[in-house]
Ligand binder design. Structure first.
Ligand SMILES: [Zn+2]
Length: 331
């Protein structure tokens, strides 16, 4: 059963979770517009993949369907909110591809259209989330365009768009854009600091190149082993011994370890280019020679790892070589 044609929708969120910290401005603007009766029928949520646009769409759908919203947010307690939470709200529709990365077809849009033409079953608004909207093929886009030209009463379309250039200009002209940029590292830390260790969050931000949803999934994936900078440096210095450490690693944690080390080296290299050693996030500043040599060793070790080399022997040798470079600065 595809999500697109299903009456039910999957809601893994709750209105209590609220908007992400970097979405508050957009949420306030849109809820004020709604209260002033000036909210357009179609909103296009744009920005790169991984900045929580889907989350925003779902939170805003909660708000639009709630029968007693407060301060721009759903109450979480009314009948509409309960139905949203159960994933069975009759006036909430999702349009998406039947399989990931496939096109959204015209039949999907038409079947939802029939539902949206009916009066809202809960007597309030109707909401349709289309995600990712750029997956609509031309026929589907044209079918949506017809709906947007004469939108059913009290119906709001939330289009989640990762690549605006793939949206037909005719659709663009019918929807108001709401853009989400990559949030600052501080906003991500504020968002996650109650649930995760601050050092781990910073590390995950580095690894995810600042994309918040990826940061969260890295932190939530408890199977993964993480290496903060202090641990990495202790290992480079030979504490604990390479032998003890390598004995505990599996393939995946060895790969994580090498990635974390490469990220640390890149970070140190960037900081040294700025000639601001006080910005180094670790207590031990490597010389350029050490960084260069250890970087090359780590790249080689990653390649060997991918070719299924003897894991334990590989990591032991790697760490011993690193420690040797640490004790011979050659600066
Ligand atoms: Zn409610």
């Amino acid at each position: 059963m595809s999500i697109a044609n299903d009456q039910m929708h999957i809601v893994a969120l709750s209105p209590e979770e609220g908007f992400r910290p970097w979405q508050i401005t957009q949420a306030q603007q849109l809820s004020s517009a709604y209260q002033a009766n000036t909210l357009p029928h179609a909103l296009m949520l744009t920005g790169p993949l991984g900045v929580s646009k889907q989350h925003f769409a779902e939170q805003f759908a909660f708000f639009l369907l709630c029968s007693s919203p407060h301060a721009g947010r759903a109450c979480g307690r009314c009948k509409s909110c309960s139905l949203c939470l159960a994933g069975t709200h009759p006036d909430w529709a999702n349009i998406g591809p039947e399989e990931a990365h496939k096109a959204i077809r015209v039949d999907t849009v038409r079947s939802i259209q029939q539902r949206l033409q009916q009066t809202a079953q809960q007597g309030g608004n109707k909401v349709c989330i289309i995600s990712p909207a750029e997956n609509m093929n031309d026929n589907a886009s044209n079918a949506l365009l017809k709906i947007l030209e004469e939108p059913p009463a009290n119906t709001y379309f939330l289009l989640v768009v990762h690549q605006v250039s793939k949206i037909l200009p005719t659709i663009l002209s019918r929807a108001q854009g709401v853009n989400f940029a990559l949030p600052s590292a501080n906003s991500i830390v504020n968002w996650l600091k109650n649930d995760f260790d601050q050092v781990d969050i910073q590390q995950a931000i580095e690894r995810a190149r600042g994309f918040p949803e990826q940061v969260k999934s890295i932190l939530s994936d408890s199977d993964q082993v993480y290496f903060n900078n202090d641990v990495l440096l202790q290992l480079m210095l030979g504490k604990p011994s390479a032998y003890d450490f390598a004995a505990k690693l599996d393939q995946r944690s060895a790969a994580n370890f090498l990635d974390a080390l490469l990220a640390l080296l890149a970070q140190q290299s960037a900081a040294s280019l700025k000639e601001s050693n006080e910005e180094l996030t670790v207590g031990y500043a490597m010389t350029e020679y050490q960084r260069h040599e250890i970087y090359a060793l780590a790249i080689n070790a990653k390649q060997a790892l991918a070719q299924n080399a003897n894991l334990r022997l590989l990591m032991e040798t790697f760490l011993q070589d690193c420690t040797a470079f640490f004790h011979s600065p050659h600066a």
